[in-house]
Design a protein around this ligand. Structure first.
Ligand SMILES: Nc1ncnc2c1ncn2[C@@H]1O[C@H](COP(=O)(O)OP(=O)(O)OP(=O)(O)O)[C@@H](O)[C@H]1O
Ligand SMILES: Nc1ncnc2c1ncn2[C@@H]1O[C@H](COP(=O)(O)OP(=O)(O)OP(=O)(O)O)[C@@H](O)[C@H]1O
Ligand SMILES: [Mg+2]
Ligand SMILES: [Mg+2]
Lengths: 228, 228
């Protein structure tokens, strides 16, 4: 499903080079449940942005569903991002002037495949799944941090994507709300969705079936979770 | 030091009223080390914004260092915010077009009490304390989530404030970086600073001397930590 070959990302800052990702080669099959861990600044979000086709590598290759992503044109890339991938950003990236309901509907409206009434119905359902039915009309600045995070999660799931990429999805959630979100991801994985989570929380990683550790832009460990 | 009496915050959303905080009465003495916990949406950030003089209550009173905050004029309020309180926001609130170094210096330059050279020196020192000496020239979007969080922490500490209010300061940090930040807060508390942290992490709350639990905008528990 996902194959990266020596994926590298270097940022040039004046005469200094920041090696955010160094030659990462990973294979993730359809239906896997993977946790990506590592210190702050080790390259996790950089990797997620590349896997989500939101960024392009400096060198190396990324094959998604058998296709070399670098050969896809803009329309094909945006089709993949909208229909095959659900992305939960570390900083949510909600539209500040749209309500929670509208933010969640956006991927559906963009895909042009459901009526406005159906998009609204599905968005309300997604909000209910993350415990936010009574916050549908709030705008992001009228929501708590954890509520904004949950809106971002609902939005990522609305198109029923094959692959869910979630960057620290429980970072701002208490144990109970976090457990509800993880139970949701568990269910989606049981239904066959591929789930890749970045987390700093060992108890979150323990629920995944495989843990990949990054350090300074490299993969330093890639182990199956025996406990699960 | 800090006394709130029936502090209440209600948001009017059309004909619905959101009771973010309901009649919270708390006393926090100088030098205390308090953790504030509670579910997502329970009113923690709302309370922190009131304590930090960033917002005003709908009703109730807030006495800070013996003064009724509602009687202070804008200049006095901004003086308190700048010199007595260090605030780490849940969403960092860094200036997007300023470097990490400049973001950290801002409270010092605003206080007009040190030279630019001294402000720069102290900001570099603060960045070093949070492990980011080599990221001084990066702008927020050139920093990882946890690095942005640490810049926000360094900025809150630069004026050596009496009171540190930190809203989820380790939410985006791995165990190691989080431990370094908490060790920094422990040291500041030993030096006499009052530290109030919002956290969802029980292991973070365990290091504080007192834990206040919120639920639906009310204080439901307020206990000393026997372990410490
Ligand atoms: N401007 C606003 N208008 C309407 N409701 C608001 C506004 N700001 C916050 N709220 C509501 O007030 C409640 C408390 O919000 P607050 O941000 O204090 O929660 P919190 O405890 O910090 O949550 P989290 O742990 O998710 O950060 C939430 O239910 C939120 O939806
Ligand atoms: N646009 C950029 N320009 C320069 N350096 C960058 C840029 N974006 C990221 N970096 C650097 O690349 C490194 C990896 O960043 P990344 O966001 O992937 O880390 P991360 O593992 O997600 O960290 P965290 O756990 O703190 O979110 C960091 O050291 C960061 O400073
Ligand atoms: Mg990150
Ligand atoms: Mg909050």
């Amino acid at each position: 499903l996902i194959v990266t070959r020596e994926l590298t990302k270097v940022y040039a800052m004046g005469d200094v080079q920041v090696h955010a990702l160094r030659s990462v080669s990973l294979t993730i099959r359809s239906g896997e449940y993977v946790a990506i861990m590592g210190p702050s600044g080790s390259g996790k979000s950089t990797l997620m942005n590349l896997l989500g086709c939101l960024d392009t590598p400096t060198s190396g290759a990324y094959y998604l569903l058998g296709e070399d992503v670098s050969t896809l044109n803009d329309n094909q890339l945006s089709e993949v991002r909208n229909r095959r991938i659900g992305f939960v950003f570390q900083t949510y990236n909600l539209l500040p002037r749209a309500t929670a309901l509208h933010n969640v509907q956006l991927p559906l409206l963009y895909a042009h495949r459901v009526s406005r009434a159906e998009a609204r119905r599905r968005a309300l359902d997604a909000l209910q799944q993350v415990g936010l039915s009574d916050r549908a009309e709030h705008r992001p600045r009228e929501l708590s941090g954890g509520q904004q995070q949950r809106v971002a999660i609902a939005r990522a799931l609305i198109n029923n994507p094959d692959i869910i990429l979630a960057d620290e999805p429980t970072g701002n959630l208490d144990t109970q709300s976090g457990a509800e979100i993880l139970a949701l991801f568990d269910r989606l994985n049981e239904l066959g969705h591929t789930v890749i989570l970045v987390t700093h929380d060992h108890s979150v990683a323990a629920r995944c079936k495989r843990v990949v550790q990054l350090l300074d832009g490299r993969v330093v460990s890639d182990e199956l979770n025996n406990a699960s």
